[in-house]
Design a protein around this ligand. Structure first.
Ligand SMILES: CC(C)(COP(=O)(O)OP(=O)(O)OC[C@H]1O[C@@H](n2cnc3c(N)ncnc32)[C@H](O)[C@@H]1OP(=O)(O)O)[C@@H](O)C(=O)NCCC(=O)NCCS
Length: 171
C-alpha cells in the first residue's frame, strides 16, 4: 500500500466548491455526499443543496448555521470534505456533530483518520466538549475510523450507530 499522503484542511471558497462537486460526481456516490433529495443521481435539488450547504457553513461554528465545512487535501489533491455542526444533545455539554466523505480513490490510505484528527483539533480549539457522529450499522469503515479516534459507539434500534468522542480534558 502507498504511504499516507500529508493531509490538510482548507476552507471551502467558490473555486473549492466547484472542485468538490466535480470530485463528488466523479468519485463518490451522491448519497455519501448529500441527502437523498429529488431522486437518484446529481439532480438539481442535490446540487442546490450542496452549494447552499457549503456556502452557509463558510461562516463557521459561530455563524447563523452553527456549522463549518472544510475540503480535505491529501498530498495536494482535493480528496473529500469534512464538517462540524453545533448540536444540542440535551446534556448541557458543548457538542458538535461531524460527517466526512472521501472520493473512492482516496479511501483506505489513512486519509480519513488524519482528517478526523484535524477536525477534532479544530473542535478542541473551539472549546467543544464532545463531537458526535451517526453512521449506518453496515458502515464498517466509518465505525473503525471513529473508534480509532477514541469514540464510544452505541447501536441504535433504527439501524444506525451513534459515536461520541469526549474532548474535555483530553489533548
Ligand atoms: C469512512 C471513510 C471516511 C473512511 O476514511 P478512510 O480514509 O478510508 O479510512 P482510513 O484509511 O483512515 O481507515 C480508518 C480505519 O477504518 C478501517 N477501514 C477503512 N475502510 C474500511 C472498510 N471499507 N471496511 C472496514 N474497515 C475499513 C481501516 O482499516 C482503519 O482501521 P484501523 O485504524 O483499525 O486500522 C471513507 O471510507 C468514506 O469516505 N466513505 C464514504 C462516506 C462515509 O461512509 N462517511 C462516513 C459517514 S459518518
Amino acid at each position: 500500500m502507498s504511504p499516507s499522503p500529508e493531509v490538510t484542511l482548507l476552507d471551502v471558497d467558490e473555486e473549492m466548491l466547484e472542485r468538490l462537486l466535480e470530485l463528488a460526481k466523479r468519485d463518490a456516490s451522491p448519497d455519501e455526499v448529500a441527502p437523498p433529495l429529488g431522486g437518484p443521481g446529481w439532480n438539481l435539488e442535490r446540487t442546490t443543496w450542496f452549494f447552499g450547504y457549503h456556502r452557509a457553513a463558510a461562516y463557521g461554528l459561530d455563524g447563523d448555521a452553527g456549522e463549518k465545512s472544510w475540503a480535505i487535501l491529501a498530498g495536494g489533491d482535493v480528496a473529500g470534505s469534512v464538517r462540524l455542526k453545533r448540536v444540542d444533545t440535551g446534556n448541557g455539554r458543548k457538542s458538535a456533530e461531524t460527517g466526512i466523505w472521501l472520493g473512492r480513490s482516496f479511501r483506505s490510505r489513512g486519509i480519513g483518520s488524519a482528517a478526523l484528527r484535524l477536525v477534532l483539533a479544530e473542535a478542541r480549539r473551539a472549546g467543544l466538549a464532545e463531537v458526535t457522529a451517526r453512521t449506518l450499522a453496515g458502515n464498517a469503515g466509518a465505525q473503525r475510523l471513529l473508534a480509532a479516534a477514541g469514540a464510544i459507539l452505541t447501536s441504535g434500534d433504527d439501524g444506525t450507530v451513534r459515536a461520541v468522542v469526549v474532548l474535555e480534558g483530553t489533548r
